[in-house]
Design a protein around this ligand. Sequence first.
Ligand SMILES: NC(=O)C1=CN([C@@H]2O[C@H](COP(=O)(O)OP(=O)(O)OC[C@H]3O[C@@H](n4cnc5c(N)ncnc54)[C@H](OP(=O)(O)O)[C@@H]3O)[C@@H](O)[C@H]2O)C=CC1
Ligand SMILES: O=C(O)CCC(=O)C(=O)O
Length: 527
Amino acid sequence: MHLTGQLLIGGESRKGTNGEIKGVNPATGEILEPAFGGATKADVDAAAALAHEAFAGYRALPYETRATFLESIAEHIEAIGDDLIVRTMAETGLPRPRLEGERGRTVGQLRLFAGVLRDGGFLEARIDPALPDRKPLPRPDLRLRNVPLGPVAVFGASNFPLAFSVAGGDTASALAAGCPVIVKAHPAHPGASELVGRAIQAAVAACGLHPGVFSMIHDSGYEVSQALVADPRVKAAGFTGSRRGGLALLAIAQGRPEPIPFYAEMSSINPVIMLPAALKARGPQIAPDFVAALTLGAGQFCTNPGLILAIEGPELDAFVEAAGKAVEAAPASVMLTPGICKAFAHGVAALTEAKEVTTVARGIPGPDGSHTGRAALFSVAAKDFLANPHLHEEVFGAASVVVRAADQAELEKVVAAVEGQLTIAIHMDEADHPIVAALLPTLEMKAGRILVNGFGTGVEVAPAMVHGGPFPATSDGRTTSVGTLAIARFLRPVSYQNLPEALLPAELKTENPLGIARRVDGKVKVG
Ligand SMILES: NC(=O)C1=CN([C@@H]2O[C@H](COP(=O)(O)OP(=O)(O)OC[C@H]3O[C@@H](n4cnc5c(N)ncnc54)[C@H](OP(=O)(O)O)[C@@H]3O)[C@@H](O)[C@H]2O)C=CC1
Ligand SMILES: O=C(O)CCC(=O)C(=O)O
């Protein structure tokens, strides 16, 4: 493995001259070589100019060429081999099986979008033929398809260094949509970013595309990333990270002379509602599964179950006791960065010190000075939870709070009071159906995904997946960052009125040369 620490600007690479970033092994504290040079505003300008230049040609390519390009990226990532896993393990402290799985998800996602391109459904092609004899007024010929927005900025996430990073879901969906991508690499895994970034660069070259289709920068501060979002040639951005960072960049995207869509996935505490019949039938059996989901990846999943909502009673006591025991047996885990570890310790300390909160259990402590997170389970009465908005905030890591409601009415109040979420899980049996029916309308207003008898961790990459949700889970709850629908974030519809047949794009020509599904006169016609 040869890492250069260079920026990837179009087909070229050069060392950034604006400060430097080094990876840190969070398990050992070792500083990892090489140094990665931070980009200057001139580098951002160069990447944006190239992306702008590449856009017209890239979006006009046959969908088959774009699909082959995505598959080529997947192949180039696989060709890096074990070096990618070894470097990512060193930079993140995440274990090998997790990263091997994440790599599979990353390349699977790219191939899924190749299928989306071949299918053509994402174009949402519609034809309303002219009705010249309609009274009192004739109808014009109207045809609609989606077109890409333009160059997209992608902020790689710290907690999924492959699947939500350089070639992750945002990049895959933007490239599939026909948008060149400029990645801002996350400083927690600069080496993994270079390896994957070079794989994309190589795929661009192998497919003979304009080199401006992909660039990747590092930033030693905030200014350059902010300049990227502010650049007039950038037309949308994707982000996964903190609420503070997401909102700062969202404000820039919205404050530009030409505001752009900014898709930020930020904070979610993913309530798990434990209903009475399920608790009675199998509360203690659910507890270890809950703790496994809580501690997965040191709790550093945005789908982590941070809240348990249930009605008081001996069944809840039995569940909490079993969950407490499982937490006490949980070993401390290395967290992604010293900063994230510190933020977790701070969040846990705040809960521990809150007078209305009871500490149920703590996991096994890690060695002194290690960047490890120690699992934590807390409990609070629903009335106190309702009165203290700080208890609704995300503690990023393996910490969860059990909220004890006096009755169903109070449980409903708690559900109504939580912020927007990526997921809400319900553990239920048939006897719980009436409560679920009463809760469902509220749950739909609160979460992007409602799931039964499971936990939200481990998002399926699939057409019917929504990995999004109302604020603050995301900055725009109408979309998803995982699954095939993610492509819609980087498209917009154009309607062509009375455009001569000869000038219509192939997607909308009457004889349907691409053989795609279209809605003709309101009815879906396949092929
Ligand atoms: N819910 C979720 O999905 C996740 C939540 N988090 C939360 O985020 C915290 C920190 O983790 P991290 O992943 O680093 O998230 P951050 O939001 O701090 O950073 C994400 C990316 O955005 C950049 N960035 C952040 N703030 C700004 C800004 N004001 N202007 C320009 N760029 C900015 C960062 O650059 P740089 O690092 O160079 O500053 C980084 O590339 C965690 O402790 C956790 O609370 C993290 C990951 C996922
Ligand atoms: O649970 C998952 O698989 C994905 C979680 C996620 O999107 C995140 O942590 O950023």
